[in-house]
Design a protein around this ligand. Sequence first.
Ligand code: HEC
Length: 178
Amino acid sequence: MSPMKKSLSLVLGVFAATLVLSGCSRQEAPEEPQVEEPQVEASPAAEPSVDTMSPQEERHELMEGVKDAAQVVGPMLQGKADFDAEAAMDALNVWADVGRKFGDLFPEGTETGYDTEAAPAIWEDREGFNAALKEWQDATAAAIAASPQSLDDARAVIGPAFETCKNCHDDYRIEKED
Ligand code: HEC
């Protein structure tokens, strides 16, 4: 297979995987006070309210935003949605934003709870996890720097970023059935 075809088929595979994901069922911690806050419009880039969330919930929320962004850009790369350079950049910026925060959300003591899908390998091999995170950050930053204006360009630079999702999930995420 040509490198382009290979990378595209990976993109499609990763994207297909994101489609079958059922959101993980979150259990609210009963002891947590419900703070009254102005409702912010739900958007992939919306900041979770860090004060009231456990790291497990926050990393779940952030990955949900990553998924929403992937569901914008995935169909474009598949040719199922019109290519929209601005929307693609918005999605990449969500990934970059989460990429900056994600690594801090795995402190000791958050290995379990809230139906987390984080694998024990994150705590057993933090260097490997950090390296997988950096690959995603670097691929995303490169795609943003390239600012793709055509579908072909987008496939060439966003495809590799999609691959880094799967690389990390293979080792550091346990996908739950429901
Ligand atoms: C550095 C590792 C890493 C990278 C890179 C990464 N993820 Fe994740 N992802 C995780 C981990 C760990 C979880 C489980 C989080 C938890 O439950 O605490 C997860 C969870 C998810 C979930 C399930 C959300 C939920 O909790 O219900 C989706 C969807 C997801 N990732 C999509 C993506 C996509 C799409 C990309 C790439 C654009 C990506 N991820 C990149 C590590 C990563």
